[in-house]
Structure formats: structure tokens, C-alpha cells
Design a protein around this ligand. Structure first.
Ligand code: DP6
Length: 330
């Protein structure tokens, strides 16, 4: 049998309405729906080659062979895709990210979106975008949102089939820019996967979940109408509500550093001068400043004047996961 091989590229995404906590950890059915934007220019490119001659799965990330947890997580995801074709054939996975680890841009979203799309294509499964998004979710929740194009909503659903993400608006709908302000690249003690299982230990999580439909509606409408003021208000409120849950869980998760708070207060001052900018923060200390193209350069200069900033990444709205030609080094 010939090699069954395919390569896919996916962008990471930044959530405007966050995913935090699962109703079902095994299926990664989220406690709430979420909304995000894919980040063009940042990408994972992954090749999956299935071959009868392989005795085990293998995984090379950024040139480094992976063992233990990373390999197990990839192999588990391949199992879910193999089940769909009744195949037991093993695979070699080679993946490259063009953005650094630990900078506040979760690589698991682009990684599992690209892995899933490549494996599905390599096994010649005919699946819809909806089905690929649901499958990617099993590897990493936020990966479901890196499958469709542009501005995306992940519907929480009530089972595997109904929990998937869909485009709200294409990338050219709104010229938003994400300036990722990197404060620290230190490894987090508790990453997202561990953090999700702590969400319910906070007495605030139930209030956060009950209020999510309101935040989703406001954010979706603000995106559709390109209403930056409404958008800024709800994006910041959503991030602060998630961090209130994190900070009040047991054990507590305090991801912020002093510089995180310093940037939050600068953003309020910049907005008061008429600059379209707001912040959001994931499970780490680094701050995403969301702005429009008009203000991106001015904000870059302002950020450069602040203390304790390591670097700034810039990303615009990105497209969907896409299959590419495979170029493997012999
Ligand atoms: C804070 O999707 O990274 O970034 O499903 O365990 O891989 P796993 O978690 P992940 O969680 C993302 C959490 C977040 C918010 C968000 O992106 O919505």
C-alpha cells in the first residue's frame, strides 16, 4: 500500500469570550461557548504519514523527537481518527511552529487543528469542516476554533457532534490586530488542561457560566457591527471574569505579574485618549492588546516605552486550517 500522507497548516487563535472549564473532560465538552479570532502569520504546519511499515507512532516537534505526554496526546488523537476508518496503521507526525512556546499564544490550538486535518486527509476520510472542528476539540478544546476561518464561535453543544466551531465573519470583515505583549516566557505551573479541572472549585464559576450567553451575544454583535467600544467592554469584562474564577479556585491560579497589571492600567489611559484598544489575557501573564490597523504602529511605540517587556508579536485575522503540499526532507 502506498504511503498515506498529508500536510496541514493551522493558525492559533485568541479568545475574546473565553473557554474555561469542561462539562466532560474526556470529550472536552466545554462549560460554555466561546468566540475567537484566528491569528494570521502565526502557524503550525504538520505532516502525518501513515505506513504499514511503522511499528509505533512517532512525533517530532520543531525538530525534536517527543516522548511521554506530548507523544501520548498526539497518539491518542490519532486513535480517535483511526477509529473512524477502522485502521490500526501507525503514523509519523512532523510538526513545526513558527512562533515561540510560552509567549501567551497557545500552540495546542494550531497544533491539534493541523494534526487533525492532516490525519483525516492522509486516511482519505471525507469529513466536513464541522466534523473536523469537533474532532480537533478532542485533542485540545481551543483547537476546534482554529479549524474554521476568521472570527469564530465554538458552540458548547451537548454531545460530541454538536460541540464544534463555525465562522461568524471572514478575516477581511474587520481589520483588527492582536499585539501580543510578552512579559515572561517562564513555564506555567498549571497550564490550561490542569486549570479547566479546577474551574468548578471557584464559587464564581457558576455565575460566570450563567452569564455567558449575554457575553456571547454582545461580543458576536459587536464583531458583526464592527463596534469597537462595545467589543472592548465585553472582551475586557470576559477576561477579568475568567481571571476572577482562576484566582478564586482551589488551589488558586494567579497568572498575572506586576507588569500585567501595569499594562491593564495603561490600556485604560490609552483608550481615554481615543485609541481603539482593549486587552485580553489567557492562562499566563502575557497581555494581548486588541486594536485596529490604524493604531497598531502607534501602540507598538507606546509598548516599547514600557518597562519589563520582552517582545511583541503582531497578528491579523487569519484563515482556516488548510491542506498543503508535503515537502519532506529525505
Ligand atoms: C485560557 O484549549 O488550551 O486560553 O483543551 O486542555 O487543550 P485544552 O485547553 P485549551 O484552553 C484554552 C484556555 C484559554 C481560553 C480560551 O482560549 O478560550
Amino acid at each position: 500500500m502506498p504511503n498515506q500522507i498529508a500536510t496541514a497548516r493551522a493558525h492559533p487563535n485568541i479568545a475574546f469570550i473565553k473557554y474555561w472549564g469542561n462539562r466532560d473532560d474526556r470529550l472536552r465538552l466545554p462549560a460554555n461557548g466561546s468566540i475567537s479570532m484566528n491569528l494570521a502569520g502565526l502557524e503550525s504546519v504538520t505532516t502525518v504519514r501513515f505506513s504499514e511499515s511503522l511499528s509505533a507512532d512517532s512525533f517530532i516537534l520543531n525538530g525534536q523527537p517527543q516522548v511521554n505526554e506530548a507523544l501520548v496526546r498526539v497518539s491518542d488523537q490519532l486513535d480517535k481518527i483511526r477509529q473512524l476508518s477502522d485502521a490500526s496503521i501507525r503514523a509519523e507526525v512532523i510538526s513545526q511552529n513558527n512562533f515561540p512556546i510560552g509567549t501567551g499564544v497557545a500552540s495546542s490550538a494550531s497544533a491539534f487543528a493541523a494534526l487533525t486535518a492532516a490525519a483525516v486527509a492522509a486516511l482519505n476520510l471525507q469529513l466536513s469542516e464541522h466534523e473536523i472542528s469537533a474532532l480537533a476539540r478532542l485533542g485540545s478544546g481551543s483547537a476546534s476554533r482554529s479549524v474554521p476561518s476568521g472570527f469564530v464561535e465554538w458552540y458548547m453543544g451537548n454531545d460530541h457532534q454538536t460541540s464544534f466551531a463555525k465562522t461568524i465573519a471572514e478575516p477581511d470583515h474587520w481589520d483588527l490586530v492582536d499585539l501580543v505583549v510578552v512579559i515572561s516566557t517562564m513555564h506555567k505551573e498549571v497550564g490550561s488542561t490542569g486549570g479547566h479541572s479546577l474551574a468548578n472549585t471557584s464559587p464564581l464559576q457558576s455565575a460566570r457560566i450563567a452569564d455567558t450567553p449575554r457575553r456571547l451575544n454582545l461580543c458576536r454583535t459587536a464583531i458583526q457591527e464592527r463596534d469597537f467600544d462595545a467589543f472592548a467592554h465585553i472582551v475586557e469584562q470576559d477576561a477579568l471574569i475568567m481571571h476572577a474564577v482562576m484566582m478564586s479556585s482551589n488551589p488558586r491560579l494567579i497568572y498575572w505579574l506586576p507588569t500585567t497589571l501595569a499594562i491593564i492600567s495603561e490600556v485604560a489611559k490609552w483608550r481615554a485618549t481615543g485609541i481603539a484598544v482593549c486587552f485580553t489575557i489567557d492562562a499566563g501573564p502575557n497581555v494581548h492588546l486588541i486594536t485596529t490597523s490604524d493604531y497598531a504602529e502607534e501602540l507598538r511605540r507606546k509598548i516599547a516605552e514600557l518597562n519589563d517587556i520582552q517582545s511583541v508579536l503582531l497578528a491579523r485575522p487569519g484563515g482556516p486550517v488548510a491542506l498543503m503540499e508535503t515537502h519532506l526532507k529525505e
